[in-house]
Design a protein around this ligand. Structure first.
Ligand code: MRU
Length: 356
């Protein structure tokens, strides 16, 4: 039975507790959780997309540090620090593109660094506290993104989205979908086209499920139908999430996002990216420097249990693409909206403490 009551992600208990994740690989048919009590289980959950979406990966990794280091809590501090580095390395190797993962791990590394004389037990407690802060912050970033973005939508609009940048992808209401939820909450009538999002169908399996659970009218289309619905003037805005945004605003998101951005440009439809500041990577000057994850051929040749391509055929399966900043009408962040997306506007927004 499908229900929306199972939390996407939650920590159970205190330092000796565990991370409970809604297993998103089973959606929309089953809502079952998995319990992660070891770092290996958290790494596996991230790698296999049981937990996915850039902000949710970051939050899961922050808790993953706690489950990974606590076995070393009774050792001496130098041994504990070695274990912490190893655990951070293991989690960092789970998926390469979403920068929120590395951002959260860096925050955890700094927690230990700030407590050089603390006992390992005290550091474990501080790491758990920091993971909780990261989770709470993520929730409020989603809410602020929703508030800012809602003003871009007019009642009666239909929004096209790609992949899932909703509650399933964050600790809160999502990024792209938070904008829709906030617009609906303010009384606007909004409909959604969800691209099915080949090859893993995050749009059909997750976005369509999530929106219908929340009572938002949603229509699933194959990715290849986006051009047609735009030409038919059935779409007034595109809103997507992001996995990593370079300093100049170039944005990595789920494979196919770039195609949607080109189509939106061609049809004069605004193309918005919604993302928290934890998704920006100012160390990269432009999007070509973003590492793009390549996933297994089986996702394309044997998707969801049935062989759909010849045995042994050559496959290319990049999980993300990069949309150049010039195709992005605006980036909706928790601090405000970046219009005319470029290095200057990105830097100015991230340096500000607007909103909140
Ligand atoms: O491979 P996934 O499902 O983790 O890809 C997710 C996306 O591309 C999302 O759009 C992105 O992480 C933003 S989630 C708020």
């Amino acid at each position: 039975m499908v229900d929306s009551k199972t939390p996407v992600l939650e920590w159970q208990g205190e330092s000796n507790g565990y991370l409970r994740l809604l297993d998103q690989t089973l959606l929309p048919c089953e809502t079952k959780s998995v319990e992660c009590r070891t770092v290996e289980q958290v790494v596996e959950a991230i790698r296999s997309l049981r937990v996915r979406g850039a902000p949710a990966i970051g939050v899961a990794a922050a808790y993953g540090v706690v489950v990974g280091v606590r076995e070393a809590a009774s050792t001496e501090r130098s041994k504990f620090d070695e274990r912490l580095s190893l655990v951070i390395q293991q989690l960092a190797a789970s998926r390469p593109t979403a920068v929120n993962l590395f951002w959260a791990l860096e925050r955890q590394r700094q927690v230990a660094e700030r407590l050089p004389t603390a006992s390992p037990q005290e550091v474990v407690a501080a790491l758990l506290a920091e993971a909780r802060v990261i989770e709470v912050e993520d929730r409020s970033m989603c809410a602020a993104i929703g508030r800012h973005g809602a003003e871009l939508l007019t009642t009666g609009d239909t929004v096209l989205t790609h992949c899932n940048a909703g509650a399933l992808a964050t600790a809160g209401d999502g990024t792209a979908l938070a904008v829709i939820y906030a617009a609906v909450a303010s009384g606007k009538q909004i409909r959604v086209f969800a691209d099915e999002t080949r090859p893993l169908l995050q749009g059909a399996r997750l976005t369509a499920w999530e929106l219908s659970q929340r009572g938002v009218p949603v229509t699933v289309i194959c990715d290849s139908m986006a051009a047609t619905v735009m030409r038919q003037r059935k779409v007034q805005a595109v809103i997507v999430g992001a996995d990593r945004i370079a300093a100049n605003g170039d944005t990595a998101n789920k494979i196919g996002t770039y195609s949607v951005a080109c189509l939106a440009k061609m049809h004069g439809i605004p193309f918005y990216v919604a993302a928290p500041s934890s998704t920006f990577d100012l160390s990269l000057s432009h999007g070509d420097q973003i590492q793009i994850e390549e996933r297994s051929a089986a996702e394309i040749t044997h998707g969801f249990g049935r062989q759909t391509a010849p045995e042994g055929i050559d496959v290319y399966n990049p999980a993300f693409d990069v949309t150049p900043a010039e195709l992005i009408t605006a980036v909706i962040t928790e601090r405000g909206i970046i219009r005319q997306v470029n290095g200057d506007t990105v830097r100015t927004m991230l340096a500000s403490d607007r909103d909140s």
